[in-house]
Ligand binder design. Structure first.
Ligand code: XMP
Length: 524
């Protein structure tokens, strides 16, 4: 690969829409590298970025509000194509001499049909018979186009649903091509980046792997890299990538905190150490974690203890390795692009999501490693694809997320080994049945919860007084909201029967029918 795969790049300026990350994902899916930056980056930054095209995102704001955001003037002076989406279109129209009016009772939210009246390069191959279904979400709308713009599509409510100035390559859409409800939205994005911006489709797993490996080799040389391997997708892909790049100069530390799922520690060791030949040190720290958690019932206190112990164990292993190897220079982390965007958003005081991650950012000062984050510019779906190409089994790559504190937040109240052992067995039966019935892939996350209350049951002629297990399964895309999965009763029946029959310490199984909000996905 002689061509730099990030040289054909698109700049996305973020005005705060909930869909901005989706725009970036669609551009990447079209095989083109892009970056997302706040709308108010400097002109110098935009110039140096040298985009082959710029996309202006939507926004919850109105151009009529005092101090609402505007695109930097240079966007329209660089001579590269510009696509304004929703608010991006409105501010572009206004900045170029058009007019925007407040929506009032013509606001549109949801699906709409557009009539394509002039098929420009952007709308090529969208819809059928000059009609297409699109997703609208706007109050304000453009009421007068800037001179030289032509209408390309409209709805009864919105005369300028799409418009363009093809000579200057400025395009505007009132609807959202990035959401899946817009018919052929991905084609529209592809039209923009390929046909209008002339970007080649170079951004794919093979090329990304080759690029990253070359970069890692150049940066690391003969030095050593330490990685905290959790068995989750991100750290697993970092491990596979680094191993390919630097072989045994990578050393992984896997902390078994005793709060993992059934056989999880063995599986991680087998997969990475035995199958892939990666050097993985397994720190067996079960009793240490359980001792630290003894008598603690408050969920946040439990999280803090688990996080602190993790850092302590990891730091001890790192010190031992420093001693043994004569020095480790780098610490690798599985930071991914949404983490980068979110933490930038937090710094700017913009929208943010709080993620308490099981990472090793809080290492003591004597372990001053340089950070390596090879997935820093990748979305989760890109990381998954990379993992599959790197040879990690898809079943591992497409596993439901598992929280850093593990079973620590799924055993309500005090954590005890006895409880963890019971929960592991129940959870494993639940997963087996979800997989066998095809429901594992239909749910975003599912798990069992240990309830430290005893309930009466009857087994044969005897009475049983034993624990309660709750089953939790949810459907969600973003984990911010979730609906409890409507598992078939027959399946729930089979799972609960198996759990009560096979685990004598469980007398009762209940199914959690709470959605988020108001409940959360985890019980603690
Ligand atoms: P909640 O319970 O907040 O969970 O609805 C949303 C998602 O976040 C995961 N989660 C965590 N992940 N450390 C993590 O790494 C945590 O402390 C933690 N708490 C919740 C949860 O599993 C779900 O996917």
């Amino acid at each position: 690969m002689t061509q730099n795969i990030t040289q054909h790049r698109i700049l996305i300026l973020d005005f705060g829409s909930q869909y901005t990350q989706l725009i970036a994902r669609r551009v990447r899916e079209a095989g083109v590298y892009c970056e997302l930056h706040p709308f108010d980056v400097s002109s110098e930054f935009i110039q140096n970025f040298a985009p082959k095209g710029i996309i202006l995102s939507g926004s919850p704001e109105s151009v009529h509000q005092h101090g609402s955001p505007r695109a930097p003037q240079i966007v329209f002076e660089l001579g590269v194509p510009v696509l304004g989406i929703c608010y991006g279109f409105q501010t572009m129209a206004e900045q170029l001499g058009g007019q925007v009016v407040a929506g009032g009772n013509t606001a549109e939210f949801g699906q709409a049909h557009i009539d394509i009246c002039k098929q420009d390069a952007l709308l090529a191959n969208i819809g059928e018979n000059s009609r297409a279904i699109v997703w609208m979400s706007h109050g304000d709308k453009v009421a007068k186009l800037p001179e030289s713009f032509k209408t390309t599509a409209s709805t009864p409510n919105c005369p300028f649903a799409a418009a363009s100035d093809e000579a200057r390559q400025f395009y505007g859409l009132q609807f959202h091509p990035e959401v899946t409800h817009t018919q052929n939205g991905e084609q529209l994005i592809a039209n923009f980046v390929h046909n209008i911006c002339n970007c080649n489709a170079l951004w794919n797993s093979d090329n990304i792997i080759e690029l990253r490996i070359n970069e890692l080799k150049a940066k690391i040389g003969d030095k050593r890299v330490l990685l905290g391997l959790s068995g989750g997708v991100d750290s697993s892909v970092v491990a596979a990538l680094l191993h390919k790049a630097i072989g045994d100069k990578l050393i992984c530390v896997f902390v078994d905190n005793g709060l993992l799922r059934l056989n999880e520690g063995e599986q991680v060791m087998q997969m990475f150490a035995d199958n892939m030949g990666i050097r993985v040190i397994c720190a067996n720290a079960e009793s240490r974690f359980l001792t630290a958690l003894a008598g603690v019932t408050d969920p946040e206190a439990k999280r803090k203890i688990i996080g602190r112990e993790f850092i302590n164990v990891f730091a001890e292993e790192a010190r031992k390795l420093e001693h043994e190897t004569g020095g480790i220079q780098f610490l690798a982390q599985g930071t991914i692009y949404p983490d980068v965007i979110e933490s930038a958003g937090q710094k700017n005081g913009k929208a943010h999501v709080i993620k308490s991650h099981h990472n090793v950012g809080g290492l003591p000062d004597d372990l001053a490693f340089e950070l390596i984050e090879p997935l820093r510019d990748l979305f989760k779906d890109e990381v998954r694809k990379l993992g599959v190409v790197l040879g990690i089994p898809p079943a591992m790559i497409y596993r439901h997320p598992f929280p850093g504190p593990g079973l620590g937040v799924r055993i309500l109240g005090e954590v005890k080994k006895e409880y963890a052992d019971i929960l592991r067995l129940a959870d494993d039966i639940f997963m087996q049945e979800l997989r066998a019935s095809g429901w594992y892939d239909k749910t975003a996350q599912a798990f069992a919860v240990f309830m430290p209350v005893k309930s009466v049951g009857v087994v044969g002629d005897g009475r049983r007084y034993a624990w309660v297990i709750a089953l939790r399964a949810v459907e969600t895309v973003d984990f911010m909201t979730a609906r409890f999965a409507h598992l078939p009763y027959d399946l729930v029946d089979k799972i609960s029967t198996r759990i009560m029959n096979e685990i004598s310490d469980v007398a009762r199984v209940v199914y959690d029918v709470s959605s988020k909000p108001p409940a959360t996905i985890e019980w603690e």
